[in-house]
Design a protein around this ligand. Structure first.
Ligand SMILES: Nc1ncnc2c1ncn2[C@@H]1O[C@H](COP(=O)(O)OP(=O)(O)OP(=O)(O)O)[C@@H](O)[C@H]1O
Ligand SMILES: [Mg+2]
Length: 298
């Protein structure tokens, strides 16, 4: 069967807003997050999508929300199509939505890094720190840190890049107590996720969590959790410290964009079929490895 990508949703009578990947509907007090198949690279959304990517991200997030529920409360209310208003009960949405509690989103992105990669590696080589946090000398590229570190970022407006901030700055933005709380919870979530993933052939090098406050003032984990979009996943099989690693999911897209010398400004180029197919296989593989289950919509 030929798979097509769901690039956008449109449900008459229901206004939406759109992030890079998700379409968001406000249903009275609840929030309906629908993950489309849009893919972004270098913060630019590509014109074509990856069929079923939204389902993979949603199913991986649901897996972690359930698994990590004893660490912190989360925003999930339901993933059952029958719970949605009738106009949303369509097969194309099956598996790719979450009905959620509406949160007051904390304006700090909670990044945890367990390995020295990307901008962290660059900074470490220059200054021996990662986002201002001192890290032992003598570590190689992509090497595991002795302890995971919390390196918050400020939430950028749509189209902007997130900006790394110090823990002190995060404390100024959301308060010292809240900053300490989300730091501790983020480190716990990462460690639990890392350990599970490692036992399933996936290294989670780093990740970004988002938190919000519910109507009762309680902290909850929101958005997506430990997915290939919110994290750096590496295949454990080929991992080796001391060199760059293949990214699990977006390597084909990034390589292609480098090859055609994409200037990293919108609009993105149309991705060739082979790149779409190879990328789709990687997303499905991430789901299968992490959950130990076959992907239900493959
Ligand atoms: N329970 C919730 N309550 C309110 N907002 C939420 C909740 N869960 C997720 N969100 C927000 O919904 C949006 C999800 O859309 P999407 O993932 O496409 O955004 P994005 O463009 O990737 O932006 P970001 O880089 O901030 O994730 C995010 O802005 C996220 O902060
Ligand atoms: Mg997002």
């Amino acid at each position: 069967m030929k798979k097509t990508a769901l690039l956008t949703t449109n449900v008459p009578g229901f206004p939406k807003r759109s992030g890079k990947v998700r379409d968001i509907y406000e249903l009275s007090s609840e929030l309906l997050l629908i993950a489309t198949d849009r893919i972004s690279a270098f913060d630019v959304v590509m014109p074509n999508g990856i069929p079923d990517k939204g389902r993979v991200l949603t199913q991986i997030s649901l897996f972690w929300f359930a698994k990590l529920a004893d660490v912190v409360a989360n925003h999930v209310l339901s993933a059952d199509l029958k719970e949605l208003p009738a106009p949303f009960r369509s097969d194309e949405f099956e598996g790719r939505f979450m009905l959620c509690k509406q949160a007051k989103v904390l304006p700090v992105e909670c990044v945890v890094r367990g390995y020295l990669a990307g901008s962290g590696w660059k900074e470490y080589q220059a200054t021996g720190t990662v986002c201002g946090v001192a890290v032992p000398a003598g570590l190689g590229e992509c090497e595991e840190l002795p302890e995971p570190i919390f390196t918050p970022a400020s939430k950028a407006e749509l189209g902007d890049h997130d900006e790394n901030i110090s823990f002190e700055r995060a404390a100024e933005i959301i308060g010292t107590e809240m900053a300490a709380r989300v730091r501790d919870v983020s480190l716990q979530l990462y460690s639990a996720g890392r350990d599970h993933a490692r036992g399933h052939g996936v290294i989670i090098a780093d990740t970004k969590f988002e938190f919000g406050i519910d109507d009762d003032g309680e902290l909850m984990l929101i958005d997506e959790v430990l997915t290939p979009d919110s994290s750096r996943f590496w295949p454990a099989e080929t991992y080796q410290a001391g060199r760059d690693q293949d990214s699990f999911d977006k390597q084909y897209v990034r390589n292609y964009l480098e090859e055609i010398k994409f200037n990293k400004q919108p609009p993105g180029p149309v991705l060739p079929k082979e790149i779409i197919q190879a990328t789709r296989q990687k997303y499905l593989q991430a789901y299968t490895l992490l959950t130990g289950e076959a992907f239900p919509w493959a």
